[in-house]
Design a protein around this ligand. Structure first.
Ligand code: NAI
Length: 341
């Protein structure tokens, strides 16, 4: 089969990474088109990645006769509409998380995805494609940990990004801390347990940047969740990790427990100096999940070539967003929120 021709929308923080991967590192894929509202980003695509077609509007890009698939990396509020347009044009779709920010809108989008079963749809829950998470998943599935009782997840962005987040908070709707950050952890909880979330309680605190209160955003949030079989899930989400990018997961079962990235190590180096023994830490998501971003895109291309759907589905996106919305509701009302799945 000839190379799969992709068009990408969004060339920001993550879009550039997907674009570079598709253009340079994913066998069997070609980055044919790019769309952004920022001219310099389109120049980058042309000059650095050799992209042949560039567009200032998504509608024009999906009308190109030279595409097989799109990669959606635009702000979260655009995802559902862009998925629908691509599906209706007969294109395969890879879309970043979250699938959408509103339940009715996501449900309408899933109907359209399901009415095009021959087109591949994949959502960007890349942690499922990380080697350490896959190793842990195999252990859980083979019963090595026994029955899961607690899943604890930390997802804390580096404080280096907090100032610009504070500056731009409100300009683009992130969906709030839980839809933006914890969505990956919510997906991991569902993936590891094979269970849905039934009940949540969430709280938060703004300390380093109290001005986030004014734009209704959280610097740090935490949640206690009960799954349908009473498994306990604890989430901590934040935007203020001074040591770097902290994504940690713990699984406790009846026969043992494991931790993934308990210390978010950058590499195998230990520095012995006046501070003691220092372990360098990973500084941002592109560094920590570099391989996972490539693995998920390879899987997308394989699915198109092999005419099959990936494991991570639009339904996973819907369920994740439902939980994220419940968490935000719990913050807003200071109540425990029940989910009816
Ligand atoms: P960003 O703000 O850095 O970039 C957004 C890009 O979209 C820019 O190139 C902008 O020009 C373009 N854009 C904005 N409006 C547009 C429109 N109407 N039409 C076409 N292009 C438009 O955003 P970032 O951080 O790259 O996030 C993009 C998406 O990726 C979000 O949905 C976010 O949730 C997701 N994301 C996922 C991550 C993961 O771990 N899987 C990590 C970071 C982001």
């Amino acid at each position: 089969m000839s190379s799969i021709r992709l068009g990408i929308v969004g060339l920001g923080r993550l879009g550039k990474i997907h674009a570079m991967n598709i253009a340079k590192h994913i066998p069997g894929a070609t980055l044919t088109a790019a769309c952004s509202i920022v001219e310099e980003e389109l120049e980058f695509a042309t000059n650095k990645l050799g992209v042949e077609e560039t567009y200032l509007t998504y509608e024009e890009m999906v009308n190109s006769p030279n595409l097989d698939a799109v990669c959606i990396v635009s702000p979260s509020g655009f995802h559902t509409e862009q998925i629908r347009l691509a599906m209706e044009k007969g294109l395969h779709v890879f879309c970043e998380k979250p699938i959408g920010l509103e339940i009715a809108d996501i449900e309408k989008t899933i109907e359209i995805i399901e009415s095009h079963p021959d087109q591949v749809f994949q959502l960007g829950f890349m942690r499922r494609y990380d080697e350490s998470y896959q190793y842990a998943k195999e252990m859980v599935d083979s019963g090595e940990l026994g029955e899961l009782t607690v899943i604890r997840c930390y997802g804390i962005d580096p404080s280096s990004g907090l100032e610009s987040f504070v500056k731009f908070a409100g300009a683009s709707n992130s969906g709030g801390l839980f839809a933006d950050m914890s969505i990956h952890d919510i997906d991991l909880v569902r993936w590891f347990s094979n269970k849905e979330v039934k009940r949540v309680w969430a709280i938060g605190k703004n300390a380093a940047y109290p001005e986030l209160d004014e734009v209704n955003e959280l610097e740090t949030g935490a949640a206690m969740m009960q799954l349908e079989d009473k498994t306990i899930a604890i989430l901590v989400a934040g935007r203020n990790a001074v040591h770097g990018y902290h994504v940690e997961t713990e699984l406790i079962g009846t026969k043992g427990m494991l931790r993934i990235a308990a210390v978010p190590e950058k590499n195998l180096v230990s520095v012995f100096n006046e501070h003691g023994v220092v372990r360098p830490t990973s500084q941002h998501f592109p560094e920590r999940f570099q391989e996972a971003f490539m693995n998920e895109m390879k899987e997308f291309i394989s699915c198109i070539k092999e005419k099959r759907q990936p494991e991570v589905s639009a339904f996973d996106g819907l369920q994740g967003t439902k939980v994220a919305i419940a968490l935000q509701q719990s913050i807003d009302t200071n109540q425990i929120v029940e989910l009816h799945n």
